[in-house]
Design a protein around this ligand. Structure first.
Ligand code: SF4
Length: 683
């Protein structure tokens, strides 16, 4: 039987798998692929169920103005209608009346073409993507501290070769289970694992040290640890003097963070804080990894900077098997942000307001740099402006289920309803597609070839293993079809390998340089790490060993202050609400909720027995959670593993994000998904 090597459609680990059988493919292990060595989580094993799912869209749908219902249409009719309405809106309101919203699950080729569609064909500055809500705080902090952001600047397998691994706000045992074997291997070697999380998660159960701070106080915890490192006189002075700048100001700024003050703010007892500081300073190699728990805050980028400051003071980043990294979430969370989907960036991590960057990309595209628009709105700000006097009146959505995944989602749904035209390209009729004026059915992972860049910066090839259902088209075809119809001055390739070659030219000389990577190399080498500027370059597994990416080669310390969450508990909303993922589901659930082989618990409200007693509710009984933005009702799940002052709701179903706060981080524009003030009542 033929077997095609490809990669899982879900998370940023991008586990390798083989698909056997072209008509009804089955997932089998690909043991030789180094990231997961044949291991998959349940989502990966069941992913083939998506390919022949009975809810697959196979014909474009157009909303009938007479009935208000979506009705089947031909591709030509649907694309002509979209192009005609875009032309009319642009003629009346200008190019920025069209918004484009992408996704962190799109292949590199699609992300690149989407940015080109927006800027070269539509001339709009209004493009951003859901990855803004994924790891933009870590990206912003990494760029400021190291001069360059690559999620993990080392291979994932390095986790087992450090001495102390600190996971801040990561539940990788549930979100990417095959990665958890590195924690076990590290502990078998005698290393120690530290987990910082308001919930005792399955990851915390595998840790040697578990620290359970109040939600939204990770920054203060890092300040307190750095205070103790400084007070003990164990800063790595030589490293700080030769490889960094800005330490003196940071040293002064943490002087006031006495352990007792840290305990008051974070709830972490002083002896625990001192023991953790001792563990860190006694270790030769320390690795700090953050994830959404630390990053999805209005202070997310400062929080990451605080942990980077700590790692720098200990002399760790840019040394083997140590340093700082971020665990990306979405499948192409890394590549998705490198190729021009972000409001402020062109391909290759080039900043859109840099004249040299504009000239380079314009030359690759064959346009005048002066015709390229400038910086647009960030993802939430773009959605918030939809249908307003100054905002877009049309929105094209690729690879995103905004109605479920946006913060303050009820408000966002109202903004979508205020549009003159909503177009959604998707595989199934997601909650967002169901509100659209035009729905375009597209191919999915194993039906098309394209590259993804996983959490390590390893560029991978998802190979086509099966034919798409009759009637669907690839996103690349759809983008090219739209570009042609709106009168694009430049052509759009539809062959993914051709697009990848163009992407490589556009990225050449940029920070995320793919110029030396091609499909045959990826196949032969099980992925290639960027930057890889030429075909004879080996790729870069470990970054910063010879210097950081700032012009002087030094990392930067940054003074950051604890500000706390935008909403604190009060008399009306007395508890913290936090959100997150569960093992059997992925992101907005548009794919995984449709698979019967995956457990679908539905939404629930996790709370401590003390809180349940206070409310007079019991496990399994319905409760209503309300915030200043909305309310939802779900069954109580009473567990002793969460703080008594906090409730947790998973975000894979409609509801959780009606509650979340749209307060934004000033640097990254990340919304504060991870904490807000809530009230819980028996329903
Ligand atoms: Fe897929 Fe992530 Fe599970 Fe691997 S860990 S099988 S990439 S969902």
């Amino acid at each position: 039987m033929t077997a095609t090597e490809t990669h899982c459609p879900y998370c940023s680990l991008q586990c390798g798998m083989r698909l056997e059988g072209a008509r009804t493919p089955e997932v089998v292990a690909w043991e030789e692929f180094p990231v997961n060595r044949g291991g998959l989580c349940r989502k990966g094993w069941t992913a083939a169920g998506l390919l022949r799912h009975r809810e697959r869209l196979t014909r474009p749908l157009v909303r009938d103005p007479a009935t208000g219902e979506l009705a089947p249409a031909t591709w030509d009719a649907a694309l002509d209608l979209v192009a005609g309405r875009l032309a009319a809106l642009r003629a009346e309101h200008g190019p920025d009346t069209v918004g484009v919203f992408g996704g962190g699950g799109l292949t590199n080729e699609k992300a690149y073409q989407l940015g080109k569609l927006a800027r070269a064909a539509l001339g709009t500055s209004q493009i951003d993507y859901n990855g803004r809500w994924c790891m933009s705080s870590a990206a912003s902090a990494g760029t400021r501290a190291f001069g360059l952001d690559r999620g993990l600047p080392f291979p994932l397998a390095d986790l087992e070769r450090t001495d102390v691994l600190v996971l801040v706000g990561s539940n990788l045992a549930e979100t990417m289970p095959p990665a958890a074997r590195h924690l076990d291997a590290l502990r078998e070697r005698g290393g120690r694992v530290v987990v910082v999380d308001p919930r005792r998660t399955p990851t915390a159960d595998r840790a040697d040290v578990f620290v359970q701070p109040v939600p939204g106080t990770d920054l203060a915890l890092a300040l307190g640890l750095l205070h103790l490192v400084v007070a003990a006189g164990v800063v790595d002075e030589e490293y700080v003097a030769t490889r960094t700048s800005g330490f003196d100001d940071v040293k002064r700024s943490v002087a006031a963070w006495w352990p007792e003050r840290v305990e008051r703010v974070t709830g972490v007892p002083v002896p625990e804080l001192r023991a953790l500081a001792r563990l860190l300073v006694d270790a030769e190699r320390v690795m700090v990894l953050t994830a959404r728990g630390a990053e999805q805050h209005a202070t997310g980028s400062d929080t990451v900077l605080a942990w980077i400051n700590l790692a720098l003071a200990l002399g760790q980043p840019g040394t083997p098997y140590a340093g700082y990294g971020c665990l990306t979430g979405q499948g192409n969370g890394q590549g998705g942000r490198e190729h021009g989907q972000k409001a402020d960036q062109l391909p290759g991590y080039r900043m859109i307001d840099d004249p040299a960057a504009r000239a380079h990309v314009a030359a690759v595209w064959g346009v005048d740099p002066d015709t390229l628009p400038g910086r647009g709105r960030s993802a939430y700000e773009l959605l918030d402006a939809l249908g307003t006097d100054s905002g877009p009146r049309a929105l094209l959505v690729f690879g995103s289920n905004i109605v479920v995944s946006a913060p303050n989602a009820r408000h966002v749904s109202e903004r979508l309803d205020a549009l003159d035209l909503l177009v959604v390209a998707d595989v199934v009729l997601s909650e967002t597609a169901a509100r659209a004026d035009v729905v375009l059915p597209v191919t999915q992972w194993a039906e098309e070839t394209g590259t993804m860049t996983n959490l390590e910066g390893r560029v991978l090839l998802r190979q086509r293993a099966t034919r798409a259902p009759e009637g669907v088209r690839s996103d690349l075809d759809v983008i090219a079809g739209l570009a042609e119809r709106v009168g694009s001055p430049v052509p759009f390739a539809t062959d993914p390998e051709e697009v990848f070659a163009e992407l490589g030219r556009a990225s050449a000389g940029g920070k995320a340089d793919y110029a030396g990577i091609d499909y045959s190399r990826i196949r032969a080498e099980h992925g290639v790490f960027w930057p890889c500027p030429s075909p004879d370059h080996p790729g870069t597994q470990r970054m910063f060993l010879d210097g950081f990416a700032h012009p002087d080669g030094r990392a930067r310390f940054h003074v950051v202050e604890h500000r706390g969450p935008a909403e604190q508990p009060c008399a009306d909303y007395p508890v913290h609400l936090t959100t997150g993922r569960v093992l059997g589901q992925y992101q907005s659930g548009a794919q995984t909720r449709r698979l019967r082989d995956l457990p679908d618990s539905g939404p629930f409200v996790e709370m401590h027995p003390m809180l349940a007693r206070r409310l007079g509710t019991a496990d399994g009984e319905p409760v209503t959670v309300a915030t200043r933005r909305g309310a939802m009702t779900a069954a109580a799940r009473v567990v002793g593993t969460i703080r008594p002052d906090t409730v947790f709701v998973p975000f894979h179903w409609v509801g959780a994000n009606r509650l979340t706060n749209d307060a934004l981080d000033p640097a990254s524009r990340m919304p504060e998904f991870k904490v807000c003030a809530a009230v819980v009542r028996p329903a």
